[in-house]
Design a protein around this ligand. Sequence first.
Ligand code: NDP
Length: 330
Amino acid sequence: MADTFRAVLISRDDDKNQTVEMTEMTSDELMDGDVDVRVEASTVNYKDGLAITGKSPIVRRWPMIAGIDLAGEVVASRNEAWKPGDKVVLNGWGLSETHYGGYSERARVKGEWLVKRPDAFSARDAMAIGTAGYTAMLSVLALEDAGMTPDKGPVIVSGATGGVGSIAVSVLSKLGWDVIAVTGRASEHDYLKRLGAGEIMDRAELSEKGKPLDKERWAAGVDCVGSHTLVNMLAGTKRHGAVAACGLAQGADLPATVMPFILRGVSLHGIDSVMMTPERRIEAWQRLASDLDRTKLAEISSEVPFDAVIETAQALIEGKVRGRVVVDIG
Ligand code: NDP
């Protein structure tokens, strides 16, 4: 007999009206995959908020179990890389888009999508990091690949109180960078300083159209918001500096000129966490284990019960959530 489990299902009717509900399913309803995972924890990322509110078209197959991340334990495997009892993490790979996601007590996935959870992290720690934290680390790795080191000058991080931003600020400060944190929340300056920001910049300074080239102020950047903010970040980057672009919280547009690229040799690095190679994922998770201060992770994250995940995703899109939220699945 198939076992039953709870899952958050996003459905839509013939008129494309979306509904989201906690529902009960059976394991024979799961999609194809060669590893079954008992999900212990998930998290609420910006993309989860978009999927649950229907604000952007994230879901591409209906109905869909939400949740782009999961951490749990293998309970059955037909993949020789995994065996029951293995502790695993999964970020992206189309979860909540084309494959049933992590807001579910049970998941059936492809073994190739899984990463061994570093011993340093519990399932809850791994989800306090989640796609947001792993994307922050992919951004740091991209800057390092571009030759960026703390002696070259400060690093600027936009969307700093968000999930990606909070972890980027924490990791970069631990690595010795002088961090400029850009935020719209005046009430969170102390929080950002506790994470290691040396300077706080009001997001209004970067959010409007600026000059094609501005005074050189930082060597590197991690941008979570896109649009004019990213353009102004590029315009203020020092000669031969680098910026990693990972988000679009302000907008998906890029109203830029080529001036920073051709007159200062600034480079722009795109970050795609969803389809990142398995090797880079393992590297990112290992670097998180060594370069993310656990006390800061505790400062950044809060936890909600599984039942509260839908309302939390809505609150995140309304800008009412600070840092990272772990969802306790079981
Ligand atoms: P959060 O909602 O946690 O953080 C986003 C932050 O952006 C907010 O906290 C806020 O920071 C800032 N922000 C929000 N609205 C605006 C605005 N209109 N103008 C300027 N800043 C704004 O999201 P995440 O950290 O989870 O994700 C950040 C971005 O990265 C999202 O766009 C997400 O889609 C993207 N992302 C991309 C990935 C990839 O693979 N490329 C993977 C993961 C995330 P503050 O209040 O401090 O100003």
